[in-house]
Design a protein around this ligand. Structure first.
Ligand code: ARG
Length: 509
């Protein structure tokens, strides 16, 4: 690799947006696709749990990397705001409802906690108490009618439902702000109920369904679904015996609505792999409806479960607590580390950045489908491949830039890299930088963030060894300037990579 080529590449890599632009340029004029990515999509009235977090972070990356590749992406948060669980809460709430005064004094999270508790008790009762069960079904049927007809101002159950929805949305917005996640669209299950019934009826009328104990089912072939099997027959339920809709029925309506709205080439769903049968059933139904074309565009971007992430009060779900714990560990780490010397006024902000990026990186550093055991200890251990490794390197390179501000104008016009400096470590670093572009492409193809995270870790490590050999301080300009160019390019590449993955690069710490 000649010195000159090196320098041009480094100059490009140093520019803001360069990293993404490299890929963009390559694909300019190429086949841009319309892509709709459904991610996060939590069930409301439940606390946002680690599975939702995983979908949120993987989904956001899938969204961003596709934009970088020049595709037209629409990100969708499909709220799980419908289902029997709301009828359970509504039916049991009168027994658990606190006084208005107490209720109004609660924060959103506390309110959700109360409602979740109500759901937990109601759920237990469903199994034990036949009368209560009947009441829940009846409640749900009346709610489906209300939401279908659309005028429910005076309906007590629907009032509670609207309230739950409102509180949950506010709580979620706070969470998305913490992780800086944005959606183009917030869609929801509840708006699909009417259409869901219409499509179920169409399938019945066309003779594609069967009756199973009053439920309307659709037969599937072996392998199309895993869970529901009766007398050797695979099936999915489209309508319950009380005529109410299901997750699948609403999904059918939702995808047809999505397709009419966005006319995309690909519909991606970043959802737990446990839902494979659900998406298989969806495709089968679409084929029956004469929409094989649409079935083919659906891709279930699945991921494995996270184990071992329990929080203090024994719940595994509260992401807020995890962020808080990460913050404490980040502060501890910063206090115990000798390399940190920072202004106490920014300490808290940096702890936030480190906590969030540790969580994000952990979700993105391994293959989507792998199940893993979360460990805060590893996440904050210095010898591990983690967010700290990247952030520390980024910060270290930033301070080299900061300390050599006076040379930065000269870096812009630097055209030569000293031959004496082009040692094996530098060459290796250059190769890694070059491969980065391919890593992004591969990662977009496979929808695997780890292709990028792993490569960034290699770059950071390689830059570490180069940085120990090539000092900028007290060198003649002909030597100092090209070295600074190299470090500045690496710093920018790390920053761009961190941002693409959804992290805020930490400057000098
Ligand atoms: N709300 C569902 C859940 O929490 C996930 C929804 C995923 N998106 C979809 N279109 N099905 O399990």
């Amino acid at each position: 690799m000649s010195g000159e080529v090196c320098v041009q590449a480094l100059q490009r890599l140093r520019q803001t947006g360069s990293f993404t632009r490299l890929v963009e340029n390559k694909y300019k004029g190429g086949p841009s696709k319309r892509i709709v990515v459904d991610f996060s999509s939590p069930n409301i009235a439940k606390q946002f749990h680690i599975g939702n977090l995983r979908s949120t972070l993987i989904g956001r990356y899938v969204d961003q990397v596709n934009r970088v590749m020049g595709n037209q992406v629409t990100s969708v948060n499909y709220l799980g705001d419908w289902g029997t669980q709301f009828a359970m809460i509504a039916a049991f709430w009168p027994q658990m409802k606190p006084s208005d005064q107490y209720w109004n004094s609660l924060s959103e999270v506390e309110k959700i906690k109360q409602l979740t508790d109500c759901y937990v008790v109601a759920n237990k009762n469903m199994k034990l108490d036949e009368e209560f069960r009947a009441k829940v079904y009846e409640t749900f049927v009346s709610m489906e009618k209300a939401v279908t007809e659309g005028n429910y101002e005076n309906d007590e159950n629907m009032k509670l439902w609207s309230q739950i929805r409102q509180i949950s949305k506010e709580h979620l917005t706070g969470f998305y702000n913490t992780f800086d996640v944005k959606f183009d669209e917030w869609l929801c299950e509840s708006s699909q109920v009417r259409k869901a019934h219409q499509y179920a009826q169409e399938l019945i009328d066309k003779g594609f369904t069967e009756d199973l104990d009053g439920r309307t089912i659709i037969r599937l072939k072996d392998g199309e679904t895993e869970k529901k099997k009766l007398d050797g027959v695979n099936y999915a339920i489209l309508r319950k015996s009380d005529m109410s809709s299901l997750y699948l029925t609403r999904e059918i309506a939702a995808i047809l609505h999505r397709d009419a709205t966005f006319q995309a080439d690909r519909y991606l769903y970043v959802v737990d792999r446990a839902q494979r049968p659900h998406f298989n059933a969806l495709k089968v139904v679409l084929e029956k409806l004469g929409r094989s074309d649409l079935a083919e565009k659906i891709e279930h971007v699945q991921y494995g479960r996270v184990r071992g992430l329990s929080t203090r009060n024994g719940r595994t779900e509260a992401v807020g607590e995890i962020v808080e714990r990460g913050r404490e560990l980040a502060l501890q780490f910063m206090k115990s580390s000798k390399t940190f010397c920072m202004d106490p006024s920014v300490e808290e902000d940096i702890a936030d950045v480190l906590s969030i990026s540790t969580i994000v990186f952990n979700e993105l550093k391994r293959a989507r489908n792998s199940e893993y055991e979360f460990s805060f200890q590893n996440a904050f251990a210095l010898n591990q491949n983690n967010a700290l490794a990247l952030q520390m390197k980024h910060s270290r390179l930033s301070s080299i830039e900061d300390k050599n501000q006076h040379l930065l104008p000269l870096v812009d016009s630097c055209t030569k890299f000293p031959v004496d400096d082009t040692n094996d470590d530098v060459k290796r670093l250059m190769r890694l930088l070059k491969d980065l572009e391919e890593s992004v492409e591969l990662s977009a193809q496979k929808l695997e963030a780890c292709q990028l995270t792993v490569q960034l870790i290699h770059v950071a490590a390689a830059a570490g060894s180069v940085q120990k050999q090539l000092r900028v301080k007290d060198q003649r300009d002909e030597i100092a300037v090209p070295r600074l160019l190299l470090f500045s390019a690496v710093r920018n590449v790390l920053a761009e990579g961190l941002k693409l993955l959804g992290m805020t690069p930490a400057r000098s710490m």
